[in-house]
Design a protein around this ligand. Sequence first.
Ligand code: ZN
Ligand code: ZN
Length: 242
Amino acid sequence: MVSSKNITWDWQGRNFYVKVLHSLAGVATQILVRNKDNNRCVLMDVGDGIIRDLLPLQSDLYNNIHTILITHGHFDHMGGLFSLLGFFRMIGRRSKLTIVCPKDVVEIKGIIQLFKKSYRDSILYEIELLEISRELVIEELKIEAFQVQHRGSLVDGSELSSIPAVGFILSAGKDGEKIVYTGDTGYFEKLKDYISNADFALIEGTHKDKTSSYHLSIQEAEKLGKNAKQYLIIHKTPSLER
Ligand SMILES: [Zn+2]
Ligand SMILES: [Zn+2]
C-alpha cells in the first residue's frame, strides 16, 4: 500500500498505480489506473457509485481520466456510466473521453446515445466509443482485449446466452510493465496464459465454493493468481465480505 495525498493505492509498479475504488459482484466494480510517466488515468469498469468513489480523491485524478475501459454490459460494470458522463459535463470537462468496450454492447451504446441526445450542445467534450477487437494504443498505453467466458440473461430471449465480454491487458513503459484484469469470467485454459507473467493481476473471485462456467471461485482465482507476480482477488459476492 502506497499513499499519495488522499489516496492509498492498492498496488504500485514501475509505471502504474492501481486503486480498486470498489468491487463487489452484483453491486459495482471500478478500478483506477494511473500511468506514472504522464499522470494520465484510465478507469476500468464504471459501476454505480462512481462519483461517490471519485469525489474524495484529488481532482487531478478524475480530471486526468482519458479512457474508460468497460468489460461488458452488466450493470455492476457500467451502471455508473451515465452519472460519470453527467458529472464531467457538470464540471465543464473539455478534453476528449474515450470509451472502450467489446463489439455490440447494446447497453453502453444506448447510454451514450441517450446522454448525447439529452444534452446535445451543452456537452463540451467529445465522447468517442471504440469497440475493441484486439489491441489499441491510447496515450502511450497499450490496451489489449481478450475474450472471456461469461453469459447474461435475456439476450436474444435466452437466459443462457453468452454476451460480448472481455478482459483487458494494459502495458506501458520501456519494460512493458503489464496489468491484467479478467473482468467477469468462468475458467478457461487460456486465461492462465493471459495472466502469466503479469506484474499485477486483478482476478474475479465471485463464488466462495460453488463452481460455475461463467464466474470463478476464489480457489480458482487464487490458483490463477499464482501465475502473476502479484495479484488481487476482486468481485467477491457481498455476503463473503461480512
Ligand atoms: Zn459482475
Ligand atoms: Zn457480469
